[in-house]
Write a protein that binds this ligand. Structure first.
Ligand code: PGA
Length: 238
């Protein structure tokens, strides 16, 4: 199996800086992106030797935008990757495709690597799920062309599988990844875009996702906070 990318999405965890630094040391590995909450970025970045530093969101501009964090600020902290459009932000903060598109454009222009999250809300028929994901991709990536797209990856995260312990089947996730690659080629002329799967990945199911030809890695929430289990995922992805 060739090396696959693992993105550790810590969300609003852990509770303290001490725990964050300990967790970062325990999960440091070459094919891993560690995405802590903003307040821990600086210290976590300071202890990572092999992993890349990631952020969980970004705003599209510097300036008078209370509470926001800009691409330049992230870059100065050593951040290389940014997750954009996570379903929890779409759901709890009503982040729209229009807003997500502005963030994707700004982050790519700034030279950050973007992991755009897409995925349908309900467990449903594959055709309807594909239509939903296609619409998200076309809106979220409007205006993205050419060289900009070389720093882009898509995380397919069916919402019903996030944090529920009910992962998608590796076959369905693989077939959706194939569909996403085709959609990106046809509509935005991006060839062979990397696609990650996210949603209840654990040490028991990871190998079937990571061995899929169409999946280039995983976006991991809950298990990225459990260093012993996460190390098993690192071994499987190396
Ligand atoms: P989960 O989260 O692994 O806890 O399901 C994945 C995600 O939200 O990115």
């Amino acid at each position: 199996m060739s090396k696959k990318l693992l993105v550790a999405n810590w969300k609003a965890n852990p509770k303290s800086l001490t725990e964050a630094v300990r967790l970062a040391r325990q999960t440091d590995a070459p094919n891993v992106v560690v995405a802590p909450p903003f307040p821990f970025l600086h210290s976590v970045g300071g202890v990572l030797r092999r992993s890349a530093l990631g952020a969980q969101d970004v705003f599209w501009s510097d300036g008078p935008y209370t509470g926001e964090v800009s691409t330049n600020q992230l870059k100065r902290l050593g951040v290389r990757y940014v997750i954009i459009g996570h379903s929890e932000r779409r759901r709890y903060l009503a982040e729209s495709d229009k807003v997500i598109n502005k963030k994707v454009v700004a982050a790519l222009k700034a030279g950050l690597k973007v992991i755009l999250c897409v995925g349908e809300g309900r467990h449903e028929n594959i055709r309807r799920a594909e239509d939903f994901v296609k619409t998200q991709i076309r809106s979220d990536l409007a205006g993205i062309r050419g060289r900009m797209s070389s720093k882009l990856a898509i995380a397919y995260e069916p919402i019903w599988a996030i944090g529920t312990g009910r992962a998608d089947s590796p076959q369905q996730a693989g077939s959706m990844a194939k569909f996403i690659k085709k959609t990106c080629k046809n509509y935005i002329h991006i060839k062979n875009i990397p696609v990650l799967y996210g949603g209840s990945i654990n040490s028991n199911n990871a190998s079937s996702f990571l061995s899929s030809t169409y999946l280039d890695g995983g976006l991991v929430g809950g298990v990225s906070l459990k260093p012993v289990e996460f190390r098993k995922l690192i071994e499987l992805s190396s």
